[in-house]
Design a protein around this ligand. Structure first.
Ligand code: MF3
Ligand code: CO
Length: 287
């Protein structure tokens, strides 16, 4: 690209007034040995607009779940709500057939860390905590977010785990800044979880998103401050730590190949937001 060419991002501005200063800054960080994003991880204005529409539908699906979720229903009914609402609004549930996943949403209860498969025999009981993880494709653009739901009166330990998980995500969001690093987010999350006696799952993390379900970078929530990929305006990724009451270790269901359980049977909670890095801060696209 020459200085006076129109910028590759389609903004209509000259490269020198658009991505050239950003890319020069990236280069300086790269020369210091930092991990930096490639150009394809920086979303263009048109892509951002389209992904925001997908994220808005994803939020509406979660709102629809929130409206109808209740004790006595099966997780298969949650799957029906997600599937029907998404399709009625022109979307496609991203989990369906994703690497063989059989349903349209992940529903993970109590000691399930993530990737729970909706099932007509899993009935929501008083005291359950459940993560509903919704991911949507709209006009080819991907979005992803999850919330925790409490079924009736839950135990104090479950209540505390969800509260601290919310706090962890808020601290992670507050630590996310353009020209900072992914490790800043991880450190904010991990240190708050640890301070409360909890652990953060290590091998499963967040991911870039927008043009595909799972893009680079892998987003760890246990790496040190200042480490991992540089945060550059235009990057989009999820913040979705899994916080365990006890050990961070887990195992995967041998029969269905998906559901992830805590190794010690302790509770696990997760909240997921999708964020966009901007020049003046970050924007949460799924709140
Ligand atoms: N939504 C999950 C995530 O945040 C991915 C689930 S993959 C599926 O990365 F196949 F289980 F849906
Ligand atoms: Co995700």
């Amino acid at each position: 690209m020459e200085r006076n060419d129109l910028c590759w991002c389609g903004s209509g501005r000259k490269y020198k007034k658009c991505h050239m200063p950003i890319e020069e800054k990236i280069l300086l960080h790269a020369e210091r040995g930092e991990i930096v994003p490639t150009r394809d991880l920086l979303k263009t204005p048109v892509q951002i607009e389209m992904i925001k529409k997908s994220a808005a539908l994803n939020t509406a699906v979660l709102d629809e779940v929130a409206k109808h979720i209740h004790i006595g229903m099966s997780t298969a009914e949650i799957d029906n709500i997600v599937h029907n609402f998404t399709v009625e609004h022109g979307g496609i549930p991203a989990p369906l057939d994703y690497q063989g996943f059989p349903k349209s949403v992940c529903t993970s209860l109590n000691n399930e860390v993530c990737h729970g498969i909706p099932d007509e025999n899993i009935i929501l009981q008083e005291g359950d905590i459940i993560n509903v993880d919704v991911s949507t494709i709209l006009e080819g653009y991907f979005s992803d977010a999850s919330r925790m739901f409490k079924m009736g009166k839950i135990s104090r330990r479950a209540e505390r785990l969800i509260r601290v998980t919310e706090e962890c995500v808020e601290r992670g969001l507050a630590a996310a800044k353009p020209w900072g690093h992914l490790g800043d987010i991880a450190d904010a999350i991990n240190s708050h979880a640890k301070a409360n006696g909890y652990s953060v799952v290590e091998e499963i993390g967040g991911h870039g998103i927008g043009l595909a379900f799972h893009e680079e970078p892998f987003v760890s929530y246990v790496t040190p401050k200042g480490s991992e990929m540089l945060l550059v305006p235009g990057m989009m990724f999820t913040i979705e730590p899994m916080i365990n009451e006890g050990s961070p270790d887990f195992f995967v269901d041998e029969d269905n190949g998906w559901t992830v359980y805590t190794i010690d049977d302790g509770l696990s909670a997760q909240i997921e937001y999708m964020v966009l890095v901007k020049e003046d801060g970050i924007e949460v696209l799924t709140k």
